[in-house]
Design a protein around this ligand. Structure first.
Ligand SMILES: Nc1nc2c(ncn2[C@@H]2O[C@H](COP(=O)(O)OP(=O)(O)O)[C@@H](O)[C@H]2O)c(=O)[nH]1
Ligand SMILES: [Mg+2]
Length: 261
């Protein structure tokens, strides 16, 4: 039952009781002073009768999000695309998924292993490169002119608690001279950390965001993460599998994952 009846000898007492019971924003629906006949007052002195109900917060509006264009390539031209983001967000996996997509569509794809901080990170990319039959270069190779149509550059990740290290990522990124920078964020990350990371990476000039791990969160968590992301989304990923399970934010698949906004 939503509405409840309260009774007390004075208005102050009845309001105190309602606030304790239903919270400070309770709504009074009905109030009257109750005065029994004089000959009955020795048994029942009367008082105040109030019917009240709790106030419900309106549901949060669904998150709005913007879809950015996917990576656009031109035959015979080289597009350098860098991926930055916290450790474990899914940068390397996203690069492997994209490399596979581009390769299947006949583009000349090459990878650059720029994550020299994490033990085994380059190795992970080299393994993907072997499996996809795509060349993998060290970061120093970017000083030469690599003949590829798309160069996907993997960069070191920074743990959210080590925000000061983004400056070092910026130095690595400046060596890569990318045409576009995508910030990779996981939907499993709390919205407070997502906001903090976006503040920390402002200097990296990321213009789009890849949202990963959609398969690992429930709908309210996903909506919360989405509300915390400021950049337009370029891609979504929804499994650790390579190949597959990546969608452009402009695709129908993306609408199925993110039906709001
Ligand atoms: N379930 C799920 N796992 C993912 C997804 N993307 C990446 N992963 C996993 O998350 C972990 C970290 O990914 P990785 O690409 O190494 O992150 P990086 O540190 O940013 O390069 C790995 O175990 C991946 O298999 C995703 O969309 N869904
Ligand atoms: Mg990695």
């Amino acid at each position: 039952m939503l509405a409840r009846r309260y009774e007390a000898p004075t208005v102050e007492q009845v309001l105190d009781h309602i606030r304790q019971d239903l919270g400070p924003d309770a709504v009074v629906l009905y109030a009257r002073e109750r005065k029994p006949p004089w000959w009955w007052r020795w048994l029942d002195p009367g008082g105040v009768e109030v019917i009240a109900m709790p106030r419900f917060a309106p549901p949060a509006p669904p998150p709005r999000w913007r879809a950015a264009a996917p990576i656009r390539l031109t035959r015979g031209r080289c597009r350098r695309v860098a991926f930055v983001g916290p450790t474990g967000a899914g940068k390397t996996t996203t690069i492997a998924k994209l490399a596979c997509e581009f390769r299947l569509r006949g583009w000349d794809v090459q990878l650059v292993a720029g994550d020299t901080w994490r033990v085994g990170a380059s190795r992970q990319l080299v393994e993907y490169g072997k499996a996809l039959e795509v060349p993998v270069h060290p970061l120093s190779a970017l000083e030469r002119n690599l003949h590829a149509e798309v160069l996907l550059v993997d960069l070191p990740g920074v743990h959210p608690s080590m925000g000061q290290r983004w400056e070092e990522v910026r130095n690595v990124l400046s060596r890569a001279r990318p045409h576009e920078v995508h910030l990779v964020l996981s939907a499993t990350t709390s919205s407070a950390v997502l906001r903090q990371v976006q503040k920390d990476v402002v200097e990296l000039s990321a213009t789009r965001c890849v949202l990963t791990h959609l398969d690992e969160v429930d709908s309210p968590t996903l909506q919360e993460a989405l509300a915390a992301v400021d950049l337009p989304l370029s891609y979504l990923t929804y499994s650790p599998e390579v190949p597959g399970d990546i969608a452009s934010a402009r695709s129908r698949t993306a609408r199925r994952w993110l039906p709001w906004g």
